[in-house]
Structure formats: structure tokens, C-alpha cells
Design a protein around this ligand. Sequence first.
Ligand code: I3S
Length: 128
Amino acid sequence: STYVLDLNDKPSEKCGVLNVTKITENGKKVRKNWTSSWTVLQGSSLLFAKGQGGSTSWFGSNQSKPEFTVDLRGGSVDWASKDKSSKKHVIELKTRQGTELLIQSEIDSVINDWYRALTETINTHAWE
Ligand code: I3S
């Protein structure tokens, strides 16, 4: 029998609530400010909206537009070292533009899925 692996079968879009803080902006260290953020991975962009409260906030609705967008092309993702945060399950995301973010979830399956998705996205778009 034939099994065809469809490489386009990956989710091109993923969303969920994550805890996020910037730690560097344009190469300059900034003060941490952890916020719970509705996070959307869309193509090679990662979008954050300040959508807490468990309501149906969505970018298309009037209540929350993207607060912050990160271009993942040329960036890198790794697990954050202990000195970056005392929290568990923290991903460190660096962009080509010199922004560094920490992304965290208390739920390890959630953060593991994001780690995989972000890594795949960066690898997929590496040569753009
Ligand atoms: O890396 P830091 O500076 O120890 O990060 C902590 C602080 O940003 C702290 O805020 P204030 O210094 O403004 O009080 C935050 O409340 C903590 O959450 C930060 O550390 P963690 O380890 O949670 O990333």
C-alpha cells in the first residue's frame, strides 16, 4: 500500500493563551512585564493580543486587535536557561530584529506544542 505524507498537513495556524514578556527590544534590555496574552501563529508571524478574561476575544472582533507582532523569519527558539526566569516551561524567542521574548505556560503539553510549532515555523521559513 502507499502512504503519502502530506507535508502541507502541518497546522499553519495555532492559537492559545500564553504568558509573555519582552526582555529585549531592538537589542536593548527592557524591564520584564509578564502578561497573559492571546497568541496566534499565522504563517511566519506570531501575533499577541491582550486578550484575557476568557471571553471570545479575537483579532477580528472589536475587542482586541494585535498588540504586538513578531516576524519569526531568521529568528531562533530555545528553552530559556534558569537565569532568564524562575518560571517553569519558558521558551526564549529571539528575532532577527533584536527583540527577545519569553513565552511561558504552566501546562507542559501546551508549551511543548508551541515549542514544536515555533521551531518548525522558523525552520520552514529559514531561507526567506
Ligand atoms: O528576571 P527578573 O528581573 O528577576 O524578573 C522578575 C521581575 O521582572 C519581577 O518584576 P519586578 O522586578 O518588576 O517586581 C516579576 O514579577 C517576575 O515575574 C520576574 O521574574 P520571573 O522569574 O517570573 O521571570
